[in-house]
Design a protein around this ligand. Structure first.
Ligand code: SAH
Length: 264
C-alpha cells in the first residue's frame, strides 16, 4: 500500500488515461483471460438501471475518468448526460472518444458485451451514437468542494452516478462522508444515486504508479449514503477476482439510493 494519500495533484500529474484504459478496460487481457471485474460491474449497472424509476431528463457522472462503460446502460434511460472529472487529461481522453478522434480508446468490445446483455449484440454502433449524442458537457469537478463544479452551478439532476471515484478521491472517512453530501447536492429530492465502489481496497496500481484508496466496509458506505440524505433501495456485493497484483480490492459494492425530500 502507498505510504501516503494520493490527492488531486498526483492525479493531475501522473494519472495516464491511456494506460489506465489499457490496464483495466479491455474485455480480455493479452493472454485472452476475460476481465471479470469489468463484466461483473457491467452486469450490476444493467441491473441497477433496470430498477423502476431510474429514468429522467438528466444524469450527472461524477469522477467519470476516461471511461464510458458506466454510462452504457444508463444512457437508455436519460436524455442528457453531464460528465465530471478532476483531471484535464481524463476529460480530454473522454472527449476524444465522444468526437471519434484518432487514437481514442476502442470501447466496441465492451459496448457489444452490454448490448448482448441487453438482448441484441448487433446494436453496439447505435448505442455508441446514442451515448455520444447524450453527453452534452464534460466539466471539471472536485468532490471535496461544497459545490463540486464551482464556479459552475449545475441544475440538480434526476440521477447521479459515480464509479470507483470517491474511494480514490477521499483521504479519510470524514472526507468521504462530506464528499457524498457534496455530490448528493447535485441530485433532486426523489432522484437517484447509483454508486459502484470497491471494498477494503487500499491501493491500485498501473503504469508503475500506485494510487491510494480509502479502505471501506459495506455498512460504512451505506451509512454514509444515508447520512447524505438518501434511502437505500438496492445493494449488492460481488467478490473481486482474487490474486490480482494490480489492486488489493476484496469486493465491489453496487448500490442505488433515493434522495429524501428535503424538510424545512
Ligand atoms: N469512473 C472511472 C474512473 C475512476 S478512477 C472508472 O469507473 O473507471 C478515479 C477518478 O477520480 C479519476 O478519474 C480521478 O481524476 C478522479 N478524481 C480523483 N480525485 C478527485 C476529486 N477530488 N474530485 C473529482 N474527481 C477526482
Amino acid at each position: 500500500a502507498p505510504a501516503v494519500f494520493t490527492g488531486t495533484d498526483v492525479y493531475q500529474r501522473s494519472f495516464n488515461p491511456q494506460e489506465y484504459l489499457r490496464e483495466f478496460y479491455r474485455l480480455s487481457d493479452s493472454q485472452g483471460q476475460p476481465n471479470t471485474f469489468l463484466m461483473q460491474n457491467l452486469r450490476a449497472l444493467l441491473k441497477m438501471f433496470s430498477l423502476e424509476g431510474l429514468r429522467g431528463d438528466t444524469l450527472i457522472d461524477v469522477g467519470c475518468g476516461p471511461t464510458i462503460y458506466q454510462l452504457l446502460s444508463a444512457c437508455e434511460h436519460f436524455q442528457e448526460i453531464i460528465a465530471l472529472d478532476y483531471t484535464d487529461q481524463n476529460r480530454r481522453e473522454l472527449e476524444k472518444w465522444l468526437k471519434k478522434e484518432a487514437g481514442a480508446f476502442d470501447w466496441r468490445p465492451v459496448v457489444e458485451y452490454v448490448c448482448e446483455l441487453e438482448g441484441d449484440r448487433e446494436k453496439w454502433a447505435e448505442k455508441e451514437e446514442k451515448l455520444r449524442k447524450k453527453v452534452r458537457q464534460v466539466l471539471k469537478c472536485d468532490v471535496t468542494k461544497a459545490n463540486p463544479t464551482e464556479p459552475v452551478s449545475l441544475p440538480p439532476a434526476d440521477c447521479i452516478i459515480s464509479t470507483l471515484c470517491l474511494e480514490a478521491a477521499c483521504k479519510d472517512l470524514a472526507t468521504f462522508r462530506s464528499a457524498l453530501r457534496n455530490v448528493g447536492a447535485l441530485v433532486k429530492p426523489g432522484g437517484h444515486l447509483v454508486m459502484v465502489t470497491v471494498l477494503r481496497e487500499t491501493y491500485y496500481a498501473f503504469n508503475d504508479q500506485v494510487f491510494s484508496c480509502l479502505r471501506l466496509e459495506k455498512n460504512v458506505v451505506e451509512e454514509a449514503v444515508e447520512g447524505a440524505g438518501f434511502d437505500m433501495r438496492f445493494s449488492e456485493v460481488q467478490p473481486c477476482p482474487p490474486g490480482d497484483v494490480r489492486a488489493d480490492c476484496e469486493a465491489v459494492l453496487s448500490l442505488v439510493a433515493r434522495k429524501r425530500a428535503s424538510i424545512s
